[in-house]
Design a protein around this ligand. Sequence first.
Ligand code: HEC
Ligand code: HEC
Length: 448
Amino acid sequence: MNKFTLLLLIILVAFGCSKEPNVITESDLDASLLNVLKSKSHTGDIDFYTMPSSSDYDNIPNQDPKNPITYPKVALGNILFFETGIAMAAKKEESMGTYSCSSCHLPELGFTAGRFQGIADGAVGFGYHGEARTINPNYDGSEVDAQGARPLPVINLAYVRNPLWNGSFGSYGMNVGTESVWGIEDPLTSINKENREGLEAVVTPALITHRQDINKKLMDSLGYTALFDNAFHDVPVSQRYTLQTASHAISAYFRTVLTNQAPFQKWLRGEKNAMTEKQKKGANLFFGKANCVNCHNSPSLNGQRFAAVGVKDLDQNGYLAYKTDDGRSKGRAGFTQKDSDLYKFKVPELYNLKDVGFYFHGASKRSLREVVQYFNLAIPENPRVEAGRIDGQFRPLLLTDTEVDELTEFLANGLFDPNLLRYKPNSIYSGNCFPNNDAQSQIDLGCK
Ligand code: HEC
Ligand code: HEC
């Protein structure tokens, strides 16, 4: 060994030849994320992705001018959403007062159902988080309140202008130009003719579909009259205790249910340590190489568009025990009746999916990693969907296993607000058990 080689060896040892080459430091990850976010943001600024605080009503977007958010409405809507006492349009007497909106939208599970298919009227029991809800044997299949798609999470709805997987509600957003089909296939969509934002349009139909009732006598008996008076003092008394005012209150509440405590949201607000290195790598992939942002681009990472990515429908997963086809497998075309909309579904939001356990509209995937792999390989799984209908952005990504893990970690934990229970009331005015109130659920939920 000559002197020169020896010197080189000493230098290598002293200056960390044990370190891996080309190490990306965390500040590099922050800087590259900042850059890619700016380039994808609609405004050129990362603020585009930041959610307001839930009490900052002035900065919550897409409010209906006919229903501005106020605190009394939010407080009322919050309780009504969980209230089992308004379940008074059940198919059978024995089920009156036993279910709620939250039967299928549990805060503990990112406001989804704990099952591939939510069931309200026509089921009993609850289990730990809704997984043990089973069909009431006294109901025949067609009488059960269950839909042909996995429930959508009711979080970050301030960014949803056209609710449901097919976007059929709301007079604005993507529904401009669809006026001729309002009320045709689904009579409930005629509400769009009243010039309404999506939430104000969908919640009244939801109350009807899910067999609930609001009237003065019921509100008096449950103790809600004063809350309605407080929230809707400008509405004539004859119209004050109705499905419509309840829908306004629930819509106001929905707009405040924001996942603004997720690590990625904190990072956007300047807390650079809120995300781990792995989550930052995943975020760089999401907005960069993996191009998820092509479709998922908004503060909630939903998209104002519908796309066919060829996933299976509920019935094809062997999940639909009743109601063979309620038209949902057609996607957006089930509403617009347009051939070019066949099999297109809304690009959904991506926060708090970790606990959901069933992914895509047909619940065909059981883990977020499986979802990421599905996009990575880009092989459509649904034989109903002809190849030519698949979205051009759905194409192989060639991500390595490590990259798939990083992207999954960003979705699972970077986009996870750990405190959604702040949106759940401690009790409801009826004093009933909630979100379910049948005898078995009372036991399961510890109400008895
Ligand atoms: C039986 C289960 C069930 C009950 C009860 C239920 N939902 Fe849902 N919810 C669903 C399903 C399933 C979907 C998705 C349906 C679709 O898009 O085809 C959904 C979707 C929604 C959406 C659309 C979200 C989005 O991002 O587009 C809103 C809003 C909503 N529900 C509100 C409510 C309200 C308010 C109530 C109570 C009046 C309620 N839900 C009760 C199952 C339920
Ligand atoms: C072509 C547009 C498009 C691209 C690109 C895209 N998505 Fe999606 N994504 C969708 C649509 C549409 C759905 C809903 C599909 C369905 O259920 O029919 C969806 C659903 C999802 C879901 C399931 C959400 C739920 O509630 O079940 C996750 C998670 C997701 N996407 C993550 C990603 C990630 C990660 C990427 C990048 C690797 C990505 N997406 C790229 C359009 C897209």
